[in-house]
Ligand binder design. Structure first.
Ligand SMILES: Cc1cc2nc3c(=O)[nH]c(=O)nc-3n(C[C@H](O)[C@H](O)[C@H](O)COP(=O)(O)OP(=O)(O)OC[C@H]3O[C@@H](n4cnc5c(N)ncnc54)[C@H](O)[C@@H]3O)c2cc1C
Length: 394
């Protein structure tokens, strides 16, 4: 069965805080929006036990906050499409096409809000303790370990910042680092080294996690020499900071990404492709929190609205004369296409008079139809969609 082609004003990939906010702004601006989600609407916050840094809520569970975001969107009469996964995308300045299992979307604009997920600790035992001692966000879950001993795994600035943040909460923080140096900024490393309750274990590999229901200790190995020993460190939690993975696997060939796969945008959330915007954790940026994901989502939708009103003005100011006839199939297709894009045109019926027929020959030098004549003087013979789009700037 041929897939139905749908043309919403905005297609939003991902229903986390950024995508939901973008949808709320888009719908309130009178735009038609499709929001696609391939896992749990609400995004990463659904996994956060408590959120204590989102204004308006001193303390709220991640699931409750995600539920409130969703209900706000639903109250505007918009649904999240969870059952029509995206198979592939095609983006260039003239074309925005999203192929899902059931449809082909040709939206005016796209907002990519597919987020990021922390890289998982590559240990079998890590899954058993997730949320029970294995955590991926100190800012979010660190308070639960007040006065206890915790570990941080990683070697970048994020790991150093997590360790410093936790040193103000926990009694003792072990930083487990495989190399004998950090990739983190120098001042952060110095700060860690000068913090009395942080102990850095250089050349140390985390090899296992142990405990009954909750994490009780980490097994590590000294890898400074070939016969380095394994030993256990009693601790209540391990915070994993070994990088994150952006949700950009569907976009790799289309959009400009940084070396880690994050989408490069300007401050209005514009990507390298006109009409394609990115918002939230999927974007190259320094801080990945709910408040700035939400802020990005709003900015992306406002930019999308501005882009759409720009192209609509451009289109309505273009005049096209179409030489056609009622019996010509391609003429009907061309007119339907221009209607779907809300582009105005005048029809000159070549069957109606000899004069119209002579005009067709005069402007196009031939007798085939349809022929589109633009106010710019461009003449397009046949239903040549790419050429028409490029003349119209869409
Ligand atoms: C455990 C944990 C606790 C946290 N706690 C806090 C906190 O307390 N405070 C705070 O400010 N921040 C917290 N964060 C960070 C915060 O959750 C993120 O910064 C925020 O969720 C980013 O929002 P987002 O919309 O950009 O992306 P995400 O929340 O990642 O949402 C992206 C959505 O896109 C969907 N998606 C991905 N690919 C596709 C696709 N191909 N098709 C359709 N959908 C797709 C995903 O399933 C997801 O639902 C926490 C993060 C974690 C992991």
């Amino acid at each position: 069965m041929e897939k139905q082609i749908l043309r919403p004003d905005v297609f939003i990939i991902g229903a986390g805080p950024a995508g939901i906010t973008a949808a709320i702004y888009a719908v309130r601006a009178g735009l038609s929006a499709v929001i696609s989600e391939n896992a749990v609407p609400g995004g990463q916050i659904s996994r956060s036990s408590t959120v204590e840094n989102y204004p308006g809520f001193e303390s709220i569970s991640g699931a409750e906050l995600a539920g409130r975001f969703r209900r706000h969107l639903y109250s505007l009469g918009t649904e999240i499409d969870e059952f029509d996964p995206i198979l592939r995308t095609e983006f260039s300045d003239g074309v925005k096409r999203i192929f899902t299992e059931n449809h082909i979307y040709e939206p005016e604009t796209v907002i990519i809000a597919s987020g990021a997920s922390p890289k998982k600790l590559p240990l079998e035992s890590a899954a058993k303790f997730e949320g029970k001692g294995v955590h991926y966000c100190a800012l979010c879950d660190g308070q639960a370990y007040k006065g206890r001993t915790v570990g941080v795994v990683g070697g970048g600035s994020a790991a150093a910042e997590e360790a410093l943040y936790l040193s103000g909460i926990a009694e003792k923080v072990f930083v487990i680092r495989r190399k004998d140096y950090f990739r983190a900024e120098r001042y952060l490393v110095e700060k860690m080294e000068n913090t009395s309750n942080i102990e850095i274990l250089y050349n140390t590999d985390l090899t296992d996690l142990k405990g009954e229901d909750f994490l009780e200790c980490a097994e590590v190995r000294d890898i400074s020499s070939e016969n380095g020993k394994k030993y256990d460190i009693p601790l209540s939690a391990v915070f994993v900071c070994i990088g994150s993975e952006p949700g950009t696997e569907l976009l790799r060939d289309n959009i400009d990404l940084d070396e880690y796969g994050y989408i490069i945008t300007d401050e209005d959330m514009k990507t390298n492709i006109s009409g394609v915007f990115a918002a939230g954790d999927v974007r190259k940026k320094h801080f990945r929190q709910i408040v700035n994901a939400v802020s990005d989502g709003a900015a992306a939708a406002l930019s999308a609205e501005k882009y759409i009103s720009g192209i609509k003005t451009k289109r309505s100011s273009k005049m096209i004369k179409i030489f056609s006839s009622d019996s010509c199939g391609y003429c009907t297709k061309l007119k339907a296409y221009l209607d779907s894009r809300k582009i105005r045109y005048d029809v000159i019926d070549v069957d109606e008079s000899r004069e119209n027929y002579d005009k067709l020959v005069e402007v196009s030098g031939q007798t085939g139809i349809p022929v589109s004549v633009f106010d710019s003087g461009d003449v397009v013979i046949g239903f040549d969609k790419p050429r028409i789009d490029s003349i119209l700037g869409i």
